[in-house]
Design a protein around this ligand. Sequence first.
Ligand code: ATP
Length: 267
Amino acid sequence: MMVTGVNEKPGNHQNEIEARVVLSARDLCRDFGGFTAVNNVNLDVHHAKVHALIGPNGAGKTTVFNLLTKFLQPTSGKITLLDHDITKTSPARVARMGLVRSFQISAIFPHLTVLENIRVALQRPGNLAIQFWLPLGKLDVLNNRAMELLESVGLENEYDSQAADLSYGRKRVLEIATTLALDPKVLLLDEPMAGMGGEDVSMVAELIREVAKTRAVLMVEHNLNVVADLCDYITVLQRGEILAEGDYATVSNDERVKVAYMGTDHD
Ligand SMILES: Nc1ncnc2c1ncn2[C@@H]1O[C@H](COP(=O)(O)OP(=O)(O)OP(=O)(O)O)[C@@H](O)[C@H]1O
């Protein structure tokens, strides 16, 4: 029998963690010269949820990503990560704090093996767990951790293959695995399904679903079937502003969204 304290309500703590906002933007604006690319955007990204940022070309999605990861400074507004104000923090520091962005396939080394790619990622600056072990000469720890990571994404059988020889979808899985080496609290994915066929889309969607069990995922995605299937919450941008937000049913039934983005023929 499970014993609980008088004041404890089983499940409440878990609910609190799951409801937790880990990344937020308030009144985020970015001008380029006289042009406002992002205008008063407010976002709350929650732990253990998949949040999509969608919108037509030029809506400001990439600029929002660049602002959140600090590759761009906002003209005004505030960004908070895990209750810390990161509005003026450097990109390297926000990455160390747990906000990690995945850059599609170009981020992997094609002539290294799958395992070597993960080892490189594990040895990146900021990966304190591994730096702690290496001076002790425990290189096996690195290999073990790399294999664990490969198992967690289903690439363990390809550990000795050259990354260049992987299928397109598996290259994407490997790339996401390299970002997991940093143990992000918030993972930003820029069009993770770009250029992929159906089977690969299912494989990567499954991985994202798994990854989001223990962290927040914010993704820019054009494939609306993926968004419908995978994402808990959707923010629709248009001309730098939030046009609509909510779950897929809410945004896909919004007349303004139908007109501006989806077209009325999308089911
Ligand atoms: N460095 C820049 N200088 C000037 N204008 C820029 C700059 N970066 C983006 N813009 C403009 O800001 C607007 C938003 O661009 P952004 O790339 O964020 O849109 P997006 O939603 O990511 O589009 P896409 O889906 O085509 O990638 C566009 O009109 C773009 O031309």
